[in-house]
Design a protein around this ligand. Structure first.
Ligand code: FES
Length: 105
């Protein structure tokens, strides 16, 4: 069976202002929306190291920092910028339509 990606509405643009994190679930996906320097990103929300919830982390200039062991993940490609995490986060496409944010899952 082939599962095609689809765009789902995540929230209103006013819910993810610059510097903010927003989390939501869709089916089995746990997604983190972030607004870094005015640009929106969507990634998996669970750290690839020991499964900390990145929505309780914080944004830096380089990406989102895990609250548990402090790996920072680049938001464009999901790759960790420092140990201990080694695996990249899944990333998702994001678009805005009529003040709503959509994520391609
Ligand atoms: S759980 Fe995120 S770096 Fe360890």
């Amino acid at each position: 069976m082939i599962i095609l990606p689809e765009w789902i509405k995540a929230c209103n643009v006013n819910e993810v202002n610059e510097g903010q994190l927003f989390s939501f679930d869709y089916n089995d996906k746990q997604i983190l929306l972030t607004n870094l320097k005015g640009k929106l990103y969507a990634t998996n929300r669970i750290c690839t190291h020991e499964e900390a919830d990145l929505s309780t982390g914080f944004l830096t200039d380089e990406g989102v920092r895990c609250p548990l062991h402090l790996s920072v993940f680049n938001l464009d490609d999901g790759k960790p910028q420092n140990p201990p995490a080694e695996e990249a986060l899944t990333t998702y496409n994001v678009k805005i339509d009529s003040n709503d944010i959509y994520v391609e899952v």
